[in-house]
Design a protein around this ligand. Structure first.
Ligand code: MG
Length: 258
């Protein structure tokens, strides 16, 4: 044991002195990474600086805030006024129709928070149903799946009709829950699909979808398929007739090409 501790202490001292001797910012005498114009530790474009939010879950400096509790200025309902209601820091679905962002988005990181109604009403797909439709087409299901059985590819955090979540990470009805979503838009060339939409979802901080390749736009009781569309389209929140609440919605536009 003594020898092992001695060896460990020696390694730490050696490691520290090696760090102190390393004044390089970049290296120009290291091997090139395979298939890359860049060397190991070599010069390459610097990642831009993004300032994280002061509080976890808040919008970082390069995000577009879509809803902060104040108004519906980023939203429309079929081109007109939004009929959903403001309630404190939240917006509440009133049964008047789905809402869409005025702006269009392609690849993105999306954060939002939602709460399903409490006390719960209905069962299966009739309990706390809504949905986050990326590009207005690709649904991450919102549902009260707390002790509420339904078909697995339709439960909360499912990619509706295609992939059940890896786990059921639902909180109880009425509690605030988070979605953190990474979306890569599908690519089309000359009317043909060249790469499918891809989705990663964290539900309440728990990984529920890991870079899933979607089979097409969301449909009910049918096989999905792709219809070519524009590279950016509005985000939609679904009105499924249940008074779902949403708050703290922000999005970061990304370019996930390459
Ligand atoms: Mg839904």
């Amino acid at each position: 044991m003594k020898l092992t501790l001695f060896a460990l202490a020696g390694a730490l001292v050696l490691g520290a002195s090696a760090l102190q001797d390393d004044h390089h910012v970049t290296y120009d005498d290291t091997p090139f990474l395979p298939g890359s114009p860049y060397r190991v530790h070599g010069e390459r474009p610097w990642p831009k600086v993004v300032t994280p939010a002061a509080r976890p879950g808040g919008a970082p400096s390069d995000a577009t805030v879509l809803f902060d509790g104040k108004d519906f200025s980023a939203w429309t309902q079929g081109g007109g006024e939004v009929s959903w209601k403001l309630d404190g820091e939240a917006m509440v679905c009133t049964g008047g129709g789905s809402i869409q962002t005025k702006a269009s988005f392609g690849d993105c990181q999306l954060h939002l928070e939602f709460a399903t109604p409490s006390p719960p009403r209905g069962d299966s797909q009739e309990r706390g149903n809504s949905g986050v439709f990326l590009m207005g087409r690709y649904e991450v299901q919102v549902l009260d799946s707390f002790e509420n059985p339904t078909y697995p590819d339709g439960q909360c955090s499912a990619l509706y009709g295609q992939f059940p979540p890896l786990v059921n990470a639902c909180r109880e009805p009425g509690e605030w829950q988070t979605y953190d979503i990474v979306f890569r838009a599908p690519r089309f060339e000359e009317g043909e699909l060249v790469s499918p939409a891809r989705l990663t979802v964290f539900h309440n901080g728990v990984l529920t979808q890991n870079d899933r390749a979607l089979l097409g736009a969301t449909v009910h009781r049918q096989l999905p398929h792709y219809t070519p569309h524009e590279p950016k389209a509005p985000l939609q929140l679904q009105d499924h007739g249940n008074p779902i609440r949403y708050r703290n919605i922000w999005i970061r536009e990304l370019d996930l090409s390459d």
